[in-house]
Every structure is written in structure tokens, then in C-alpha cells.
Write a protein that binds this ligand. Sequence first.
Ligand code: NDP
Length: 284
Amino acid sequence: MKTKIINGLKLSAKIREDLKNKVNQLIDKNITPGLAVIIVGNNQASQIYVRNKVKACNEVGISSIEEAYSHDISENELIKNIHRLNVDEKINGILVQLPLPSHIDTSKIIEAIDPKKDVDGFHVINAGLLMTGKPMFLPCTPYGIIKLLESENINIRGSEAVIVGASNIVGKPIAMILLQAGATVTICNSKTKNLKEHTQRADILIVATGKPNIVDGTMIKKGAILIDVGINRDNQNKICGDINFDSVQGIAGAITPVPGGVGPMTIAMLLANTVKSAENKIKI
Ligand code: NDP
């Protein structure tokens, strides 16, 4: 069996092209979707992520502003700035780049964002809406994963889906989405005993741990669809995922590569959520 490589770059380019048209239609109605990206401190990786997000916005015609604050900004000061953006008519989406410095309570900051502008989908209201099957904004990475599965016509209903990793931003929300789409879902975490027993059952296996090679060819079922969310550096400093890519060739039905799989989809879905937020404003 030849393992298909699921091309996230190609699909995300198509999504961005469609979004450009939607943005133009909004601009015709005198609405330019706007995204505010907040970054605190000078974490290099965060700076790269923010730069990429701002660039992607510009390419589809979303107006973006970057607000950079010093690492010693107080929690109250940061919340005040979020409240200002909450009432700014030109801003449809607010994103706070994580991680934040340790003196700041991340959940307090996320909860200061107006849920209608929470385009990352991290606010407890948005998490609750997703949990109860009425999502307003799907978190960008899980949203991107669903789009990838849909684009490959992967059958979710009745499938065994196993998720390795249970974070609030990837593992838990993708579990909810797959459950609501009719999969039987298992979520594994660092305390899971005998991981292989679970992964070998998966028709759809999603791995989001930040641990390179946590899954290899001996741990999967023939024909399984593998979604690799991890972004790591290998010992030659090359970017790699959580799945041992070479070892699953010929066993997996399909796999998302790292880079070029889930990563570009995450950014595309951030843009999609920002456009949706602008469209929602017209509907109100
Ligand atoms: P977190 O560190 O928040 O969560 C990691 C999860 O993996 C936890 O639930 C943890 O379990 C679990 N885990 C760790 N070790 C094991 C193990 N040995 N067996 C089973 N489960 C384990 O990470 P994130 O969800 O934020 O990110 C995960 C990875 O995905 C990272 O590499 C990150 O860079 C990448 N990422 C990529 C994105 C993209 O766009 N492609 C977007 C977001 C993240 P426990 O709960 O017990 O601690």
C-alpha cells in the first residue's frame, strides 16, 4: 500500500484564495475584516508566529494590527488593552499569542476577550459552545484538521478515532468535533498505560504531544489515517512532527507531513474565523 501524503499547503492556499473573495465582498459593503494580534515579551518563536499571521492576513486583505508589549506588563494593563480592542469597531478578531510570561494568568487574559471576537476559540464560552454542539468559533488547529479530513473524504461517522494529547487547544477540542461527527473517540495523555493498545485500534489517529517519534509504524493499523500536529526539532535541528514519518510508509493509508500538513491549515482557519466574525456583524 502506498501511503498518501495529505497536502496542507495546497488546501490552505485554496482556502486563502476563497477567503480573498469573501473579503472583497465585505469590502464592497464597506467592511474590512480586522484582526488584532497581541504579543508580550520577546519569545523568538512567538515573534515568528505573529509575523506569519500578520503576513497571512495582509495577503487575503484582512487588516491586521500587532500590539507588542514588554514582558513586564501587568495583568491589569493587558486586560485594559483587550477591553479597548473589544469595543473597537474596526477589530473583528483578537488573538493573544501564547505562552504569556509566568506572572500573567493566561486564562484571565483569554476570558477578557469578547467571545464574539475570540477567533482562536479558546474562551470558555466558545469551549462550552463547542462542547454542546453549537460552536461559534472552532479552535484553529482542530478546525484545520477537520478540513483536511473532509478534503480527503475520510469517513468519520462510525470510525475509531484515537487522539494522543489532551490539551485545551488541540486534543480536547478535536475530540469533541470528531465525537459530534459520529466517531468513537479515545483521548490519551501522558498517564495512558500501553499507548500502542489504543493507537493500533485507530482508523483516524491524531497525535499532538510535542514528543518526536511517540508513534511509529509498529503502533498503527494498516490503512490508518494519521494526522501529525506536533512541531519539533530533530537532532539535526530539522522540523519534524510527533510521528516517525518514514516508519509508517506503506502501512498508513495517509499522513499529514511536518512541515506542510496541519501548520499551514491552522493559519488559514484563523483567517477564516476572522472573516466569519466580520460576516457575523452584518447578520446581527
Ligand atoms: P501541550 O504540551 O499543551 O499538551 C501535550 C499533550 O500531550 C498533553 O495532554 C500531554 O499529556 C500529552 N502527552 C505528553 N507526553 C505524552 C505521552 N508520552 N503519551 C501520551 N500523551 C502525552 O501541547 P499542545 O497541544 O499545545 O501542542 C502539542 C504539539 O502540537 C506541540 O508540538 C506543538 O508545537 C504542536 N502544535 C502545532 C500546531 C500546528 O498548527 N501544527 C498548533 C498547536 C500546537 P498530559 O495532559 O498528561 O500532560
